[in-house]
Design a protein. Sequence first.
Lengths: 266, 285
Amino acid sequence: MINPNDPKDNPLAEELGRLVQAVAAAGKATLPGSPDALLSSIVEAAASIFGAAAASILLVNEAEGVLEFKVTYGASNRDLVGTRIPLDQGIAGYVAMSGQPIAISDVAQDTRFNRDFAQSTGYVPRSILATPLTSGERILGVMEVLDKINAPSFGMQDMELLGLFARQAAIAIDQAQSIEHLGEALVLSLKRLAASDAEHPSDSLLVVLDSNPDGGSQNDLLKLADLLNEFSRLGEAEREMGLKILTVFSEYAQNQRRVNLGEGWR
Amino acid sequence: MSAEDEMLPAYSQQFLPDVIRELTSSGPISEITPEWAWGGSTGQGVRVAVVDTGIEYDHPALGGQVYGGVNIDWDDTAKDKVRYEPVDQPIDLVGHGTGCAGIIHSIAPEAKLYSVRVLGTNMKGRAYQFASGVDWAVENGMDVVNLSLSTARQDYFAMFHALTDDAYFKNIVLVSAVSNLLEPSYPSLYSSVISVASHAGRDPLTYYYNPNPPVEFGAPGIDLRVAWKDKGYVISTGNSFAAPHITGIVALIRAKHPDLTPFHIKCVLWACAANVHRGNPGAAS
C-alpha cells in the first residue's frame, strides 16, 4: 500500500532529497579554489604594503569563545595556523569584541601582554595594527599586521588602508562560508517553508529533510566535488583528463555490473 | 591635502588643520572662556563611568581614583539575559578601559571613576551588554559617561535612542567616540550625546568643533601614550582615546558648574573650542 508520507513512496520528496545533495556538492565544486589561498595572498600583500614583519587573519569561533589563526605570513618560529586564543584577551580579542580597529606600539617588553602573546605565537611584536573583518553587523574575525619595518608604529593612515584589505578578506571569507553551507541553508529554508504551510502539511518532505539520507554517499559526493574542484584548479587539461578517467571508470563499472547480472556484452 | 592626511580614521578628516572651519561666537556666549568654564577645576566629586573592557584600578596612572563599578556579562539563564557583578578585582581584559580612564584622570584628577565592563567573550550579546552598561551608568547616579565603543547593529537603534534620551533628561552627559570605520555607529550619531573623533594634536585641552555633524568634536587620539594593563603603557591610536579627553573636560566643567545641564555643557564646549573665536560680546548672537 502506498503511504504518501513515506519518502520512499513520494517521488517528489525523494527527488528533493537528491537535489539538496546535489546543491551541497555543486557549492563545494564551484568554490573558488581554497579560500585560504586567497586569504594568504591578501595577508601577504598587506604585510608587504605596510612593510610589516608579519601579518595574520584570525577567525571568530563564537561557540567556543576563541579566535583561531586562519592564515599567517612572516616572522614566527612556528606554524600558527589553527592556534586558538581566548576572545577576551589581547589586542585581537579587543578588536573582535569591540568591532573597532586599534593601533598599538611601544609595548613594554616586560608586560604580561607580551608574555601571553609570545606564548601563543612564539613571536613578540613591538607594534600591532588590528582591524575587524565584518560582514554586515557580524564580526567574522580580525586581520592584524605586526611590526612596521623602518618605523616605530603604525600610523593613522595605516588604519584605514588596512580596513580596505580587511574588506576584501571579509568578502572572501563570507562567500566561502556561504557556499560551504549552501546545502544546510537550502534544507533550512525548505523546512521552514514546509512547516509554515499549515493547510498542506508536507510530512514526507520534513522526513526527507530531517533524515541524513545515506551519510556515506553524501560524504563521497562531497569528496568527489572536492576532487573535481582540485582538477579545475590544476588547469583545463587536467580537469578534462580527470573527467575522462572518471567517465571511463563509470563505463567500466556499468559493464562489470551487466556481466555480473548475466546480461553479457552487447 | 597629502595622501597621508586623506587616510585618517573615519570622521577625523573634519579636524585636519587645513579643513577645520574657523567660527565666531557672539553675544553673551562669547563671554564664555575656558578659564570661566573649567579654570581651577579638578573634577572634584564628579562621578565618571567608563563603559569598556574594565579598569585595572591599581594602575599608577589612576591615582587610586576608581571608586567601584560593575561587570556585565551575557547570561542566557538570567532574567534580563545579563548578569551584574560588582567590580572587586583590578582586572582589565585588554588595557583599553584603563587607557581611557587614565586620560580622564590626567585631565580631571579628582573625578571619581567607575568601571563598567561590558566586553567579554560573548559575541552575540555584546550590543545588549553594552546597552545594559549605559543603562547601569544612568541608573547609578553617574554625572558623565565615557563610551569609547559603539555598535553598528541597526536593531539596537531604537534601544540606544531611548537610553540616550533617558540619560539626557536625567541630567547625565554621555560622551561617545564615533567609529573608526566609516559606518553608522550608535549611540555616537545621536544629538543627545557628545560625539568625538580624533585630531592629530597633543595638547589635552585643545579640541575643535565641527559644524558639519554628526560628529561634533575633535580631540587628541593619535599616537598617544596611554595606560595599559599590567601597570604598563603603550602608544595607541583610535577615536577611542579622543572621547576621554572630552569626558575629562566635561568632568571639570560639571565640578565647577554643577547647575549646568547637558545642553548647557554642549554650548560651553562649543564656546571654548579652539576654532571658535570670541567676537563682540555686545552683538546679538
